[in-house]
Design a protein around this ligand. Sequence first.
Ligand SMILES: Nc1ncnc2c1ncn2[C@@H]1O[C@H](COP(=O)(O)OP(=O)(O)OP(=O)(O)O)[C@@H](O)[C@H]1O
Ligand SMILES: [Mg+2]
Length: 260
Amino acid sequence: MPEQTPILQVKNVSKSFGDLHVLKNISFDLYPGETLAVLGKSGTGKSVLLKVLVRLLIPDTGEVYFENKHIGGISEHELNELRKHIGFLFQSAALFDSMTIGENLNIILAKHTKMSLEERVARITESLTMVGLAEKIDEMPAQLSGGQKKRAGLARSIVLRPKLMLFDEPTTGLDPITAAQIADLIESLQQNLKIASIIVTHDLPTAFHVSDRMILLQEGAKVYDGPADLKEMEQTHLQDFVEAAKIGHGSIKSDDTVVK
Ligand SMILES: Nc1ncnc2c1ncn2[C@@H]1O[C@H](COP(=O)(O)OP(=O)(O)OP(=O)(O)O)[C@@H](O)[C@H]1O
Ligand SMILES: [Mg+2]
């Protein structure tokens, strides 16, 4: 897709916390409609990278451009406008416990749009229908299962119809069948809404299922950026991905105890 303008450009981004060098000179582009999976062992900087993309964290060096706009150089107001176009499903996607599922979506529309009540109800219903939760609109988060909560979080992150979605571990903590359903859902959202996405995951089946391209981070550096295609992926890279996926389900300590 070289003639298209990238929706996102990441140029030479580095980020440290004190002596801990987390991200090391990361660069990549993302094109409209493209789905990129980011893999890497626990603690390698994947969540930090997503936060840098929306300026929740500021990189020490390097730049991030959203639709050619340098997000480091814009005002707080412009940043808030820009963030409306970016949906973020956080690793711990918390809903407001004291509000119904519908209200959880409504506060976002009420805050960020001038939609009428009728328009908001229509958009909320449409978003919940996309994730198969229309009938839960008046329920409280505590009444939902883990997978349903993830789906409600997903509905909330798409309610403003973003151009870019950032998913941090959308399937972690779910059983394989529910995880596969979430992956199907992410794929169908992309097809229906034509959203560009970045998915951070340890879940290799999900990564291969939903992504066009994959990036592998090792100790904060990008060591693979290429097609999500087993045939094209060299054996060494595949091994690295499998390794990253394994550790993600809990780090294996020397005594073989798996800690979450
Ligand atoms: N705000 C912060 N202040 C200090 N250190 C941080 C901060 N955020 C992250 N780190 C450190 O940066 C490193 C990378 O963290 P990050 O959350 O990006 O890992 P990750 O790749 O997402 O791991 P996981 O797969 O377990 O979610 C970790 O060592 C973490 O302790
Ligand atoms: Mg993380």
